[in-house]
Design a protein around this ligand. Structure first.
Ligand SMILES: Nc1ncnc2c1ncn2[C@@H]1O[C@H](COP(=O)(O)OP(=O)(O)OP(=O)(O)O)[C@@H](O)[C@H]1O
Ligand SMILES: [Mg+2]
Length: 245
């Protein structure tokens, strides 16, 4: 049957379509943090994140990155290629922030010598723990070949996203991506790229709290959350998508 709810997550609902290889991804206003211990809503987040993600997926596609994006079909809905999501969350960090500061004793805001790729086990019951390539092999989450593809894809995405957010006057501190295999086994960037999944700091603002333009405002109760998302939406949508990469 077409148009039935396939999965409801914390930020999006996936629906089937007439085509088994195409899903509808509907973005919600709900916001969660700390493995859903903290819950709330951000006014119009669904529409803002859908618009941001659509624009960024198109930018990345124009730069040669294969994504699940097909088209935006309403303010908070996009058609995407159905993929089998790998149970690995891939994080790329350019500047130390969040969990790595606690884990390795790094100072928040410290620029890393080169982008760092980390793998986390996508498993809410376990709190998405950090895993190594050996864990990935042991748990059979991906083949060694897929792991090297993931690493390369993540670094390529980082390269293009850094250039993208530079045009928005935002520093890309870090981000998380989910990657899945389509019906042909080809790995595609899936899920979403938005202020829910990226740390973005306003380059014009020096104050370490005031410059935060992402979900850390919600995590840390910094206020002006929807305002920050609105500002990111405005800047993101102003970036031109190259026709010839
Ligand atoms: N193209 C796709 N095909 C199939 N599943 C997808 C695709 N893109 C994203 N997903 C999955 O759809 C769900 C999106 O919902 P959401 O972001 O709300 O999930 P979540 O609450 O973060 O939970 P979790 O990721 O732990 O399932 C995620 O499980 C994500 O992995
Ligand atoms: Mg999610």
């Amino acid at each position: 049957m077409s148009g039935t709810k396939l999965y409801e997550g914390k930020a999006k609902i996936l629906f089937t379509t007439d085509d088994p290889n195409i899903l509808l991804s509907q973005y919600k206003d709900d916001a969660t943090a700390f493995n859903a211990l903290k819950k709330g809503t951000i006014a119009n987040k669904g529409e803002m994140n859908c618009a941001i993600a659509s624009h960024i997926f198109q930018y990345l596609e124009a730069n040669g990155i294969a994504t699940h994006f097909i088209s935006q079909v309403s303010p908070n809905e996009m058609q995407v290629a159905a993929v089998k999501i790998l149970a690995i969350e891939v994080v790329v960090r350019n500047i130390a922030a969040g969990s790595i500061c606690k884990r390795l004793g790094l100072e928040k805001g410290q620029t890393l010598n080169e982008p760092l790729v980390e793998f986390f086990y996508k498993n809410d019951d376990l709190g998405d723990p950090l895993i190594t390539e050996d864990h990935i092999a042991m748990l059979e989450l991906a083949t060694p070949d897929q792991v090297s593809q993931l690493r390369k894809l993540a670094l390529d995405i980082n390269h293009h996203l850094q250039a993208f957010f530079e045009q928005c006057n935002l520093t890309l501190v870090d981000f998380k991506v989910e990657i899945g295999a389509n019906y042909q086994g080809k790995l595609l960037l899936a899920d979403e790229i938005s202020p829910d999944t990226c740390r973005l700091w306003d380059k014009n603002i020096a104050d370490p709290s005031d410059r935060i333009m992402d979900k850390d405002r919600f995590r840390q109760d910094l206020g002006k959350i929807a305002e920050a998302y609105q500002e990111v939406t405005k800047r993101v949508l102003a970036v031109k998508i190259p026709i010839h990469p």
